[in-house]
Each structure stands twice: as structure tokens, then as C-alpha cells.
Design a protein around this ligand. Structure first.
Ligand code: SF4
Length: 358
């Protein structure tokens, strides 16, 4: 357990990422609770509502567990009317009268952190429907976090954070600012999965390296993130018992990464940086016209290639408006590629996404 910022609430360092159909996973949720994984993360949109409904099914069956669970959900509505409707629907689906932490889903610019959201959060807290408020962020995380640290009404943030991102100056500054502001921080995308390839020489060098110490490279990547004392928790998908047990084992194990092992992860991150988008969409998307969502497309490719979840990649990709998808192929991505700090082959990847996910 670790404190969630200065909220006065302690949370388990491992959080159950609920982007799956939990209606089919009551036993998995039960085992998670037994193992202490009592921080559950879901969203109004996950699996068309089946994630929240599955958690509701669990809570109806085991009502005594509600107080043990730190329940998080999110709204993707961009206005307070939509947020109110989403919140009420989430409460109904999850068969509970409060949510511990409510997020605006996928904030990518500080301009989204407006005064009306603050007033909304205060009202919902006063009504007892939420205890804490904040946002998740996949893109431009550092600027969003820095902005949030000065606001005084953001209790928690869940951001893309992993062994690739944790050493950059921008992320260090953002982490420090949020920690000083008492904001609870949850890491997601902690495996730093790539989009381009997973069979390069560096991957091979890393694979199995940590086995001598008794854990896998996936567990080592979790450990690298937990080594930051102000990361309260890591939210990660655990769609089956094997994954749950593996992550719990990593959380319980007290072995620290050695300096050479940390260096190895950093070296690997450097060598494979063009495999992995770091979400700095303000850099690349400002070079292309017509609202081409480069960062989102990279993420959908990650779901398909790195997570092996092609269905999810395709589902999200096909939510991009048709006229935007039609424009994607003809765009000159050269200027974006020149500015991309990860040196990603953006044009090639966008065309591959159209073929694979379109
Ligand atoms: S493609 Fe490059 S510039 Fe664009 S968000 Fe990803 S890492 Fe940043």
C-alpha cells in the first residue's frame, strides 16, 4: 500500500485495469480482492459498458467488499452535462452510490482543465457521488500534469509512465510538481510497449536477463516504475489469472533492481525508442493539417501489435471520423517525422495502420 498523494487514502501499488469484459471475470475479481488488488480502474466506455456492469455484478454478489475497493471510473464527455449523465450511468451499472475517484478521460491539453469542471467536481463531492476528482492522460502528459499541479482541485492523475518516460527532464519536473501539490499519481502503459517491432536484437538481449534474479523482464519493468516513491500505483490490465498472479508476485517481491539492471532498461529504451510513441502530440500534430490524430493512431497500433489486441485497435481506429481516415494516406508526414523526438517513421506507420486497422 502507498498513500495516494495527500488525499489521506492508501491504495495498493497494483491496480486492476478493467478495460475488459469483467462480466465474465467475477472469479478473477474475487481472486484480485483476496490478493489485495483492491484498486479497480474502469471507464464509462470500456467494452461498451460491460466492464462497469461486470464490476457491478461483483459488488452485488459481494456487497461487503465495496468498502475495501478503491473504485475509479472515467467520463469521456467534454462537457459537464455529459459528465453528469456518464457518472449517473456508471453508478447505476456498478450498483454503488459513490465512486472513489472520478476521472476526465484522456485529457491531452491543459485547456481542458476549466473552471466549470472544478465547480462540477465540488458539487458531485458535496452530493456524495464522488470522493476524489482528476483526469487520465495519454498525450502531452507532462504539460497537463504541470498545469494540474497549480490548480488546487485535482486530487489524482493517471498518466502514461514507464521506464522509457520516467527519466526525461519534462517528466521528472511534472512528477515533482504533482508530488509537491499532493496529487495522487497512478502509472499506466507501464510496459512501454512498442508499435513497430518486437523482434529486434535489443529485445532479445533484455529477454530473460532478469530471470537469474527470479523475475521476468515484464516484472522488471513494473519494478522500475515502483522505484519512484511518488507513484502510488500501477494500473495494468490483467485479463487472466496468470497475468494477475505474475503482477502480484512482482508487487510482493522486495528485490530491487540493481544499478546495471536499471541501466540496461535505459539502454534498451534508447535503442528501441523509435518503436514507441511517447504521446507528445503537441509536437507532431501541429505539423499536419486536418486534425490527424497521430498519437491516437500510434496507441491503437500499440494495442494491436504490442498488446496483441487487434480487435481493440481496430475498434478505436474505426471511431476516427471517416473523412479524417480518408485524408490520412495523402498527408505529408515529413515535417512531423523531423520533429518527433522518438524518430518514429510516422508516415509508414500511419499507412500500415490504415491497412491493419482500417
Ligand atoms: S509520433 Fe513522435 S512526436 Fe508524435 S506523439 Fe509520438 S513520439 Fe511524440
Amino acid at each position: 500500500m502507498r498513500p495516494f498523494g495527500r488525499t489521506g487514502i492508501d491504495v495498493p501499488i497494483l491496480s486492476f485495469g478493467g478495460s475488459l469484459n469483467t462480466s465474465l471475470s467475477t472469479l478473477l475479481l474475487r481472486q484480485a480482492v483476496k490478493l489485495g488488488v483492491t484498486y479497480w480502474d474502469t471507464a464509462n466506455t470500456y467494452m461498451g459498458g460491460r466492464s462497469e456492469k461486470g464490476m457491478g455484478k461483483y459488488l452485488a454478489k459481494y456487497p461487503a467488499d465495496r468498502k475495501r475497493i478503491f473504485l475509479v471510473s472515467k467520463s469521456h464527455a467534454w462537457n459537464i452535462e455529459g459528465m453528469s449523465a456518464d457518472l449517473n450511468l456508471s453508478l447505476e451499472r456498478m450498483q454503488t452510490d459513490y465512486i472513489d475517484l472520478y476521472f476526465m478521460h484522456s485529457v491531452s491539453s491543459s485547456s481542458e482543465l476549466t473552471g466549470d469542471k472544478k465547480a462540477w467536481a465540488e458539487k458531485k463531492k458535496a452530493e456524495g457521488k464522488i470522493r476524489l476528482f482528476g483526469f487520465s492522460t495519454h498525450s502531452n502528459m507532462e504539460t497537463c500534469m504541470l498545469a494540474a499541479s497549480g490548480l488546487g482541485w485535482i486530487d489524482g492523475i493517471m498518466m502514461r509512465y514507464n521506464y522509457r518516460l520516467m527519466h526525461t527532464d519534462e517528466m521528472r519536473r511534472a512528477m515533482d510538481a504533482c508530488s509537491q501539490a499532493g496529487i495522487g499519481l497512478t502509472a499506466m502503459k507501464s510496459q512501454g510497449g512498442g508499435q513497430v517491432k518486437t523482434d529486434n536484437e535489443s529485445e532479445l538481449k533484455l529477454a530473460g536477463r532478469f530471470i537469474k534474479k527470479g523475475f521476468s523482464d515484464a516484472q522488471a519493468k513494473l519494478k522500475a516504475v515502483w522505484e519512484h516513491p511518488n507513484i502510488a500505483s500501477i494500473c495494468t490490465e490483467m485479463p487472466n489469472m496468470t497475468q494477475l498472479m505474475s503482477n502480484v508476485a512482482a508487487a510482493m517481491d522486495k528485490t530491487k533492481l540493481s544499478a546495471p539492471e536499471r541501466n540496461l532498461l535505459q539502454q534498451y529504451a534508447r535503442e528501441t525508442r523509435s518503436d514507441c510513441c511517447s504521446g507528445c502530440t503537441a509536437i507532431c500534430e501541429s505539423t499536419v493539417d486536418d486534425d490527424i490524430p497521430i498519437g491516437d493512431v500510434m496507441r491503437y497500433l500499440m494495442y494491436a501489435r504490442s498488446y496483441g489486441d487487434r480487435h481493440r485497435g481496430r475498434k478505436y481506429f474505426q471511431k476516427i471520423p471517416l473523412n479524417i481516415r480518408q485524408q490520412m494516406e495523402g498527408v505529408d508526414y515529413g515535417p512531423a517525422e523531423q520533429r518527433c523526438p522518438q524518430k518514429m517513421a510516422i508516415g509508414k506507420l500511419m499507412r500500415e495502420a490504415l491497412k491493419e486497422l482500417g
